[in-house]
Design a protein around this ligand. Structure first.
Ligand code: SF4
Length: 167
């Protein structure tokens, strides 16, 4: 049976949430509570709606122009099993996977439950939003402390490799 995601919503076509044309899923639930968060309505773990991974995949497949999927939030890594299934199935269909998280990469690699989702992520934008480091000039990031990490290269080299996009 397909896993269920708790989501705040989706954007079916976006050019501002990662490279190319992307389907964006906003996870519902976030415990980071970054001051100045752009999306506080996504913090409540009981809010939003439950939707099957299958339903999201079917929606994506209706659009032949999509390059990838972006997992945003909220905090996708608070629902690692369901978002891992979505990321894994998306990659299997040839979609590029980008994920946002308030956790650091260094923290995620130590968490067994969250490793699966990390392993099925191509680009990870990590770290809490820090309002003092906010800049509207940044591509795909809200604040300068956040990094856009090439997960595949980082795993291969066993050290953080930043993606060239967005810098
Ligand atoms: S991690 Fe993202 S959604 Fe969560 S509080 Fe921080 S900015 Fe908001």
């Amino acid at each position: 049976m397909s896993e269920k995601l708790r989501i705040a919503g989706v954007v079916k076509e976006s050019i501002v949430d990662g490279p190319g044309i992307r389907f964006v899923v906003f996870a519902q639930g976030c415990q980071h509570h970054c001051p100045g968060c752009h999306n506080p309505a996504t913090h409540d773990f009981n809010g939003g709606n439950l939707v099957a991974v299958e339903t999201i995949i079917a929606e994506m497949q209706k659009n032949p122009l999509l390059d990838g999927i972006t997992l945003s939030g909220g905090e996708p890594f608070e629902q690692p099993q369901a978002f891992c299934e979505l990321a894994r199935r998306s990659q299997a269909l040839g979609y590029h996977v980008m994920a946002y998280t308030g956790y650091s990469y260094e923290t995620l690699v130590t968490k067994k439950d969250q490793l699966g989702l990390l392993e099925h992520t191509d680009l990870l934008v990590d770290g809490k939003f820090e309002v003092a480091k906010k800049s509207l000039m940044l591509k795909f990031r809200g604040s300068r402390n956040q990094r856009i990490i090439d997960v595949n290269k980082s795993r291969y080299k066993n050290q953080i490799v930043l993606s060239e996009i967005g810098y």
